[in-house]
Design a binder for this molecule. Sequence first.
Ligand code: NAD
Ligand code: MN
Length: 486
Amino acid sequence: MSDTLAPVRPGRLIIGGEAVDAASGATFTTTNPATDEPITTVAEAGPEDVDRAVKAARAAFEGPWAKLKPIDRSRVLWKLGDLVLEHADELARLETLDNGKPIFESRLVDIDMVARCFQYFSGWSTKLAGQTTAVNPALFTYTLREPVGVVGAIIPWNFPMIMVAWKAAPALAAGNTVVLKPAELTPLTAIRIGELALEAGLPPGVLNIVPGKGRVAGEALVKHPGVDKISFTGSTEVGRHLMRTASDTLKKLTLELGGKSPNIVFADADLDAALKGATAGIYYGKGEVCGAGSRLLVERAIHDEFVGRLVERAKKLAPADPLDPKTRLGSLVSRTQMERVLGYVEAGVQEGAQLAAGGKAQPVNGKGAFVQATVLTGVDNRMRVAQEEIFGPVLAVIPFDGVDDALAKANDVPYGLASGVWTRDVKKAHTVARRLAAGTVWVNMYGFYDPGMPFGGVKGSGFGRDLGEACLHDVTQVKGVWLNLE
Ligand code: NAD
Ligand code: MN
């Protein structure tokens, strides 16, 4: 299909089933970070547009969406998954242009996740159920599991279309309607999925897309009294601010925030597998991954040999053109992000870590926000590079001695999103899995996601869950009904 080579159309807001301009007429330009070139312009939503979108979502929630049978909701969501697969090349190209990630990731990994997410949750529409309860023989008591209403979704730039699916699929499956604000840096695939949803038969107003600034469109969504819940994925700092802002209207919240996830390699592990998992765990997605294994904890007995091999692998992983299917390390999302990441490398070296690989910007064809695959060794858990989320291809390597030391170091950060454990000892694997303060533990694997498995954090990584059966509790509420039989 030649549409994969076509110029990118300007993006518009999707409100009430129509592509529209912003009420103010404002637009912004979205840029390809790999070439520093503009891609296209996008309508920029302001408070007035957000208000219109929320009203459209409310009307749809009370009208056509509520009247559909669950099996028909299910069919529309399944169809949307099919349409995502049919438009895989187009969507993947948009994602790579907008974000800088390798086309290998957007075409072969992200598309599959988006389609599976809509199709997995389509199955839940018909399976959400209440209970009959045993309170008193003179009563008939039961519960209804109901949608919460209008869900406001605010998402980051690192997995733009996956985040649309994670937020929208379960919310819609459960009968809610959605107003979604994509990140300023990457609005294009959210808009396209909004269009495909209409093509799939989603009634107007069920899924509205309002690209715009966090402090303007995002803030308007969080403050809007017509929004029942905010589902947010982004930084811990904005998450904190959002929780304060949402308190005025007592909104329900799901907050998926940052991470500083430990990837723990014990001496008894399959070290070849651990090596691959450690590398992919940090360099996949350019390290702009909330669950990235950004702290590599290595047991001292194998530390030097293992880290030596790791450094060799990192040095071979050169940044390259994201549109080349062979590329495995793309451009960071922006020059600002590149500067931030390089600043952390410098801070690490100043605090006494050794720069064992990478550490520099490496333009491709003289352009872009590319950063080398970087390894910092001799990192102490107290250093900033061990405590703060860098969100780039920078691995901090920390030695440890035995299970207790590994756990003490692993848990000694403000975050608790994901974690990895590499060992051949089954008891050790399960014991460590229980004691890790994290929402996800991968054993002898790292960085795998599935719509059927919950994802989310503890501590500074937030609360609530995306995906899995667990997330359905976050987009529904329970009503108790009492009937007097006497
Ligand atoms: P960010 O917090 O700056 O922005 C996230 C979203 O919030 C954007 O859409 C932004 O426009 C919006 N926003 C910003 N200020 C706002 C405000 N005052 N009110 C309402 N909305 C506002 O984060 P980012 O830089 O886009 O993304 C990177 C962060 O996201 C990292 O910390 C990363 O760990 C986190 N993340 C977490 C997960 C997870 O599942 N836990 C997944 C992906 C990314
Ligand atoms: Mn962009």
